[in-house]
Ligand binder design. Sequence first.
Ligand code: FAD
Length: 556
Amino acid sequence: KLLLLSSFSGGAGGLLVFSDYNPLKSILASDATLSDGQPIKKKKVVVLGNGWSGYSFLSYLKNPNLDVQVVSPRNFFLFTPLLPSVTNGTVEARSIVEPIRGLMRKKGFEYKEAECVKIDASNKKIHCRSKAGTTEFDMDYDILVIAVGAKPNTFNTPGVEEHAHFLKETEDALKIRKSVINCFERASLPNLTEEERKKILHFVVVGGGPTGVEFSAELHDFLVDDVAKIYPKVQEFTRITLLEAGDHILNMFDKRIIAFAEEKFQRDGINLKTGSMVVGVTADEISTKERETGKLVTETYGMVVWSAGIGLRPFIRDFMQEIGQGQRRVLATDEWLRVEGCDSVYALGDTATINQRKVMEDIAAIFSKADKGNTGTLNKKEFNAVVKDICQRYPQVELYLKKKQLKNIAHLLKSANGEDTEINIENFKKALTEVDSQMKNLPPTAQVAAQQGKYLAKCFNRMDKCEKKPEGPLRFRGEGRHRFQPFRYTHFGSFAPLGGEQAAAELPGDRVSMGHSTQWLWYSVYASKLVSWRTRMLVISDWGRRFVFGRDSSSI
Ligand code: FAD
C-alpha cells in the first residue's frame, strides 16, 4: 500500500491520508475529553509476548481508550510452522519473522524489549528485565494480557538441557542447521574409522509429535536431495532415529494419518522407535528405556534434537502459586480467558488453558436448576431444552456435543433407565464426569493462540459499549448477562508435512487428505497464513530457490 502510494501520489500528504498509520490519531486520542471537559483516563493494558496470541491480539485491537504497552524479549513475530524448514535451509530465518516495530508504529502502541520476570497481581505491577540483563524496571497495569507461550519441557531428564538442541526459536533452528552441516564436515575428515563416522552422522529426534515428525522429514529430505550430492562419500553412514515414548507418532491425528506417516517413515529408512523413553543424554550417548522389554538401551549419536513437549515458564509458575493455582499444571482461565483467582488478568495461547472442569460443573448446575420440581428427573423435552441451553451458553462445549459424546450419554442413560422416558439427573451427572475426562484441553497450537488473540481484541474493542449493553449469555449465578460471548474455537484442520513433497492433513468434517496434492495444499495454506506480503514473497522465493538450486550447505 505504501509502495503504491509513494509512487503514485509522490508526496507525504498522500501517505498520511491513505495509509493506516496516522500520527495525528494517537495525539487526538490522548487529548480526548468527556462531555464535562475532563480528560478521559486511558486504561493501561500491558501485553506480555508478541507470538501467535499476542501478535494476533495486537493486530485486531483498536480501542482508542486503551494505552497499550507491549513487553517481549523478541522484537519480532515468528511464524513457527515454518521453523523446521529453517533447520535445513529450505527457508531462511529472516523470511519467517515480522518486525514488531511496524505494527507498534501503525497502532500507536509502545514496545519494550525486555522480559517479565515477576507478576505482582495484588499490586497490579510487573517486574521486567532487559534482554541483556543490565536494566530492571517495574510497570503497573490496569489490565494484564499474558501471552508468553511455553518453553521446551525436558521432564527433568538428565543431560537434555546441556547436550540436546531444542526447536522453539529462530536461534535454535539456526544452531541445528549449523550443527547438521558440521556433523557432515567432521565425518568427511580423514583418519576416522567407519564407527566414528556412523556415530557423528547419527541424528536422533526425541518426540513423535508434529514438530519432531516435521523436523525428521525435513532432515531426511536434506539427506536425500542435497547430502547425496554434496557429501557422497559419507552418505552411507547417515541415520535418523525418531524416539517416541507412546505407541505411535502423531498420536493426536486421525488413525489413517498415523498409519500413513509410520509407513512412509519406514519406507524412507527413518528408524522409528515407539515405546522408547529417553532417560538420559551425555555428550556422546543417549539412553532409553524400552517399554516392551524394560531394558535400558544406550546408543551413540552425533546430534540430538529434543521436541518432547512444552512446559510453563518459571515466572508463570510463581504467579500461579501467588493466585492459588499452585497445584495446577497449566494456568487456568475461564471461558472468557480471564485468569481464575485474580482480577483484570487475561491469559492466551500455550501459557493457559480453559478450565473445562468448571464448565462441566456449571453444566451440571444448569441441569439441577432445570429440575424445578426437584424430582431428580427430567423428561425428554426438558432434557433437550437443557442441552440447547448449554450449547448457547457454552459454545465451546458444542464441539464436544457435536462429537456425539453427550448423545452417547443420553443413550447410556436411556439404557440405564430402561424404557423410562425420564432422565435421572444423578445418573446424568455421573455420566458428565465421564465426558469431563474425555473433554481434552484445546491443543497448544498457533491456530488456537491466534483465535484467542483475535477474540480478546474484539472483546476489548467493544469494552465500553458492552459495559452498558452486555451481549453475552445469561448468568446462571446472579442476574443479568455476561459482557461478551465466551471464547469459541473453530478447528480448520491440521497438517503434518512428511517430506518427499508429501503431507497429511486432517480437514474439517473428519476428512483426511494425504500425499503429494496435500503438500501443495500445505504450501498454499501456509503462504496465505504468513502475516505480511513481505514474508510471503520471501518464503515463496526461498521455496523457488530450493527447487532450482537446492539447499545451501554452508555452516554460517
Ligand atoms: P508464542 O508464539 O511462543 O509467543 C510467546 C511470546 O512471548 C514470544 O514473543 C516470546 O518472546 C514472549 N515471551 C517469552 N517469555 C516472555 C517473558 N518472560 N516476558 C514477556 N514476553 C515473553 N502450531 C500450529 O498450529 N501449526 C503448526 O504447524 C505449528 N508448528 C510449530 C512448529 C514449531 C517448530 C513450534 C515450536 C511450534 C509449532 N506450532 C504450530 C505451535 C505454535 O507455534 C504455538 O502453539 C504458538 O506459538 C503458541 O502461541 P503463543 O502466543 O502462546 O506463544
